[in-house]
Design a protein. Structure first.
Length: 360
């Protein structure tokens, strides 16, 4: 049995994929290859076209998602490269509550006359299916960030393909351990590998995964041309992070489920949103915006910081960002639940919630 053997389970793939061959004197781990150019005559030629450290990360992620992966400098570089598949004036259907940076890219492209963006309520499957008619690309994110809405991926995928559109799923929140959209015949999976895949809040990286060789070729060509390539150290850090993805996701999810249960019983909380899987929980403070701001400044373990998917618990009031849509409640705090002891996380959180005394 080798790391490429079919039928290996995700935890084994996470640990074994993307390693050098098991031969005498080969390093066990893929080294960090710092090279801007290579001796001519091979496949790589120049540092913008490829790097063995990127390839190791791509092999491991591709094996987990069940496709071929390409790494990018950031998640948003991956998003931009995928959106560039849309021809001049083409329509893109996307969740109105997709990650704000993705929605801002759509707005920017639309403002320059490049595309037409149709933003939908991704939970309204009938409306999304109707919007697919005439679309060039259907963008899905499930769960959405930070509303935690779930899309009916198989139904929307079928309608989008019927309309001749590409279907893309941003799988950042679920990770390939909890959702493998390529198995639902989605064309492309996108990741902010900055989040769970790398998992330690120390690297920015993006990725696209596909089973379609032609799409792979086109996207690789765009990456070569534009230069939206990953840093070698970042790719190595993400690969290192990927080795424990299953353990981190398992613990974060268990903590998130338990915190959801306890938060639902706390009087300071108006609403708890948790889709039933993953490590992200969004809470809406009963007293609104000010209470949410107070909470994010009163804890010791929970850190008020943007981003998510790291080993440490972080949270933020999302509407502190001016670009966040007003349909996201002003008192919503997105919590990225880490892998600490759940009782310590709860004591810190509950202490701050109990203490919320608003000025009258
Ligand atoms: C769901 C989702 N997609 C994409 C991105 C963009 O990724 P990056 O920050 O790596 O550019 C983010 C970042 O927060 C995200 O949450």
């Amino acid at each position: 049995m080798t790391a490429d053997s079919p039928g290996l389970r995700p935890a084994t793939i996470a640990v074994t994929a993307g390693r050098p061959p098991h031969e005498p004197d080969q390093p066990l781990n893929q080294p960090i290859v710092m090279a801007s150019t290579y001796v001519a005559g091979g496949d790589l030629e120049y540092g913008r076209y490829g790097n063995p450290t990127w390839t190791a990360f791509e092999d491991a992620l591709g094996a987990l998602e069940g496709g071929r992966a390409l790494a990018f400098s950031t998640g948003l570089a991956a998003v931009a490269t995928v959106l560039d598949l849309v021809g001049q004036g083409g329509t893109v259907v996307a969740p109105r509550h997709a990650y704000n940076g993705s929605v801002m890219q759509l707005a920017d492209l639309e403002s320059r006359g490049r595309i037409k963006a149709v933003l939908v309520d991704i939970t309204d499957t009938e409306a999304v299916v109707a919007a697919c008619d005439g679309a060039a690309l259907v963008w899905l994110e499930s769960p959405t960030n930070p509303a935690l809405e779930i899309a009916d991926i198989p139904t929307i995928r079928a309608a989008a393909h019927e309309a001749g559109a590409y279907v893309v799923v941003d799988n950042t929140f679920a990770t390939p351990l909890l959702q493998r959209p390529l198995e639902d015949e989605v064309d492309l999976v996108v990741h902010s590998a900055t989040k769970y895949l790398a998992g330690h809040s120390d690297a920015l990286l993006g990725a696209v995964v596909t089973r379609d060789d032609e799409l792979f070729r086109v996207l690789k060509g765009r990456r070569d041309l534009v230069g939206a390539i990953p840093g070698t150290l970042e790719a190595w850090l993400a690969l290192r992070g990927l080795r424990t993805l299953h353990l981190r996701v398992e613990r974060a999810q268990a903590n998130a489920a338990e915190l959801t249960r306890r938060l639902r019983a706390h009087p300071a909380i108006g609403e708890v949103r948790y889709p039933g899987f993953g490590g992200i929980v969004s809470i809406v403070l009963a007293e609104g915006e000010l209470a949410a701001d107070l909470l994010t400044h009163k804890t010791a373990l929970w850190v008020n910081a943007t981003s998510l998917g790291g080993v440490e618990s972080t949270f933020e009031r999302r509407r502190r960002w001016k670009s966040e849509p007003t349909t996201i409640p002003a008192g919503l705090v997105r919590m990225s639940v880490g892998i600490e002891d759940v009782d310590d996380l709860w004591d810190d959180l509950a202490g701050a919630l109990d203490d919320l005394t608003l000025p009258t």
